[in-house]
Design a protein around this ligand. Structure first.
Ligand code: S3P
Length: 451
């Protein structure tokens, strides 16, 4: 198992109005995929704006182990010389994905569709996460689970199919990772691989596959779903990629500026892919003063500058269908909800139980520790917003979860007393510049290691 860094307690205190213009790091989903598609294509893929967080660096190492030549040219600038779908090699060592669910699950799809074998491992958080949702369809395509921990968990060894079968798969869970693993395995299969989604999830894999020259069609399915079809065995062609700023990272300074009175900040170049904008829609319903300025395109995605001002928020009811478009944003939405007036009900959050931590339980406990009432009813989280947060509680337990750590550090910026978290070290997995970027806006955040 990979060891994680020593716990790094952190705290935040009530801050004066935030101000400034910043660009958060590159999108994590697109960063993982840029490296993986670079590996799977022939030629040189040049990436700009890659997120250099621990999760993505683990994927870069795995791409090297599978045969790609991966080189860092400068800040966020990377070059991948790929081997093509048919040129992958069996890695000599286990692939260590650290904390990264996306990297490990997508790479399982890659391995499943090739005549190679690989062992996947990660930290305690990743070892506790369900992999059966990925392994089930990959086995249908001809891959074999050689060994795994109980319940199909990591560490596991997967043998790819000599002749992968194209399948039609309807995922029982709304998951872009499951969809992507099936499509990646489908690259090695003759014929058409089909994924049916009852609820559309982020579509970066489909968009990027097209960008690399694969034939992908997308059809609407029912009210919220999609059918994705991929023609197998394409020759993927290396291309240049520009990674837009990550809306899931932007969510933290965004909510910070809303809850800290007198703030006005601009977040540059944030991706507004419609399957990632659930938080923006929800915050707008809550009364947030957010303007989408300078709308343009970057890396095949729509981006804009978000201008955010301190706002009085009110509680809202967030429908379950919105969950896939803001699945990573519920912890920080819960913080916004705590500062709102009135109750916010977030519906249909079963997937939050299987993220880097059980986020439903972690958010509920962190709110309670800091004097905010909330309750869990079935798969719903209800936060009783009182327009103010006491803070001053015991350190919030973050359970190796970067987003729990960042969310509660943001809460402390507007709480009456300081908010502490037991470990901010995991923030480096997705947003290594979080603390300095927030401090640059005027936020009082202290990480123990940098004291
Ligand atoms: C991701 C998909 C989501 C999300 C994760 C990134 C992706 O996971 O939570 O942070 O890049 O495909 P699920 O597919 O498990 O919902």
């Amino acid at each position: 198992m990979s060891s994680h860094p020593a716990p790094e307690p952190a705290k935040s205190t009530r801050s004066a109005g935030l101000s400034g213009r910043v660009r958060v790091a590159g999108d994590k989903s697109i960063s993982h995929r840029s490296l993986i598609f670079g590996l799977l294509s022939v030629g040189e893929t040049l990436i700009g704006g890659l997120l250099e967080g621990e999760d993505v660096l683990a994927t870069a190492r795995a791409c090297r182990a599978l045969g790609a030549d991966v080189e860092r040219l400068g800040e966020g600038r990377w070059r991948v010389r790929g081997v093509g779908v048919g040129g992958l090699r069996t890695p000599s060592e286990p692939l260590d994905f650290g904390n990264a669910g996306t990297g490990s699950r997508l790479m399982m799809g890659v391995v499943a569709g090739a005549p190679i074998q690989a062992t996947f491992d990660g930290d305690a958080s990743l070892r506790s996460r369900p992999m059966r949702r990925i392994l089930d369809p990959l086995e249908k395509m001809g891959a074999t689970v050689v060994s795994c921990a109980e319940g199909g968990r990591l560490p596991l060894t997967l043998k790819g199919a000599d002749r992968p079968l194209p399948i039609e798969y309807e995922s029982p869970v709304p998951s872009a990772q499951v969809k992507s693993a099936v499509l990646l395995a489908g690259l090695g299969a003759p014929g058409v691989t089909t994924v049916i989604e009852r609820e559309a999830t982020r579509d970066h894999t489909e968009r990027m596959l097209r960008g690399f020259g694969a034939e992908v069609s997308v059809e609407r399915h029912g009210e919220h779903g999609r059918i994705i079809r991929l023609a197998g065995q394409p020759e993927l062609k290396a291309t240049a990629i520009s990674v837009p700023a990550d809306p899931s990272s932007a969510a933290f300074p965004l909510v910070a500026a809303l809850i800290v009175e007198g703030s006005e900040i601009t977040l540059e170049g944030v991706m507004t892919n419609p399957l990632r904008t659930g938080l923006l829609i929800t915050l707008t319903e809550m009364g947030a003063d957010v303007t989408l300025a300078n709308i343009r395109e970057d890396g095949g995605e729509e981006v804009c500058d978000l201008v955010v001002r301190g706002s009085r928020l009110k509680g809202v009811d967030v429908p379950a269908e919105r969950a896939p478009t803001m699945i990573d944003e519920y912890p920080i939405l819960a913080v916004a909800a705590a500062f709102a007036e009135g109750e916010t009900r977030m519906r249909g959050l079963s997937e939050l139980r299987v993220k880097e931590s059980d986020r439903l339980a972690a958010v509920h406990a962190g709110l309670a520790a800091n004097g905010v009432e909330s309750r869990i009813e079935g798969d719903d989280l209800i936060v009783a917003g009182k327009g103010r947060v006491a803070g001053g509680g015991e350190p919030v337990e973050t359970h190796l979860d970067h987003r729990i750590a960042m969310s509660f550090l943001i809460m402390g910026l507007a709480a009456e007393r300081e908010v502490t978290v037991d470990d901010g070290a995991m923030i480096a997995t997705s947003f290594p510049t979080f603390a300095p970027l927030m401090r640059g806006l005027g936020a009082e955040i202290e990480m123990e290691a940098s004291k």
